[in-house]
Design a protein around this ligand. Structure first.
Ligand SMILES: [Zn+2]
Length: 197
């Protein structure tokens, strides 16, 4: 299932700080669209009005190897702008006709995808829902409101709570950087008791 899609970035696209992505001149530029704007690649310059400096683009997962004629990785919506801002702005693609799609399994298998997932508005619940369908896990997502949950991440973190009316779990930022297990209901409570004793 192609659940996650990221649009390719072109020259003139913007950033979360209202920046402007530019394309370094290339011998064989890659262009998209009728207006033949150049695709941008990792390391291309970005003007950032927030810190009034030029940054460069940096690719972030999830992505597959997809390089241009000069060997640089293609930029995708949500990639970073490394400028002087303390928190790097993200690239925003305006043109959505050229996209790269990823399956749920792929995203989960690509370390470091968590931050992009968060940026793109995906939640752990959204992913787990599809993964759950694949693995035929017990609960129908829509029916879990009020059920206690416990998420144990293999780096030692534990997230607990009660599922709200939207059926969503909290986002786990390091989702794909660490293994995790979700426990529900009685099992979640039992593990909490075990952890306390
Ligand atoms: Zn900046």
């Amino acid at each position: 299932m192609d659940q996650f899609a990221r649009s390719c970035v072109r020259e003139g696209d913007t950033t979360t700080t209202g920046g402007r992505v530019e394309a370094r001149p290339q011998q064989w530029p890659v262009t998209y669209g009728n207006d033949r704007k150049h695709a941008t690649f990792e390391g291309d310059p970005v003007w950032c009005p927030a810190c009034e400096s030029y940054g460069v683009t940096q690719c972030v997962p999830p992505y597959r190897r997809n390089t241009g004629p000069d060997g640089r990785q293609k930029n995708l919506d949500g990639d970073l702008c490394l400028c002087r801002c303390p928190s790097p702005p993200r690239l925003i693609a305006k043109f959505n006709n050229v996209r790269t799609s990823f399956s749920v399994e792929e995203v989960l298998s690509m370390p470091g995808s968590g931050a992009w997932l968060e940026f793109a508005g995906h939640s752990l619940a959204g992913i787990s829902k599809h993964a759950a369908h694949d693995e035929q896990v017990l609960l129908e997502w829509e029916e879990v409101e009020g059920v206690p949950y416990r998420i144990e991440v293999n780096d030692g973190r534990v997230l607990t709570g009660v599922v709200g009316p939207d059926g969503l779990l909290p986002r786990v930022q390091t989702l794909s950087e660490a293994e995790y297990t979700v426990y529900w209901g009685d099992e979640a409570l039992a593990r909490a008791m075990g952890a306390a004793s």
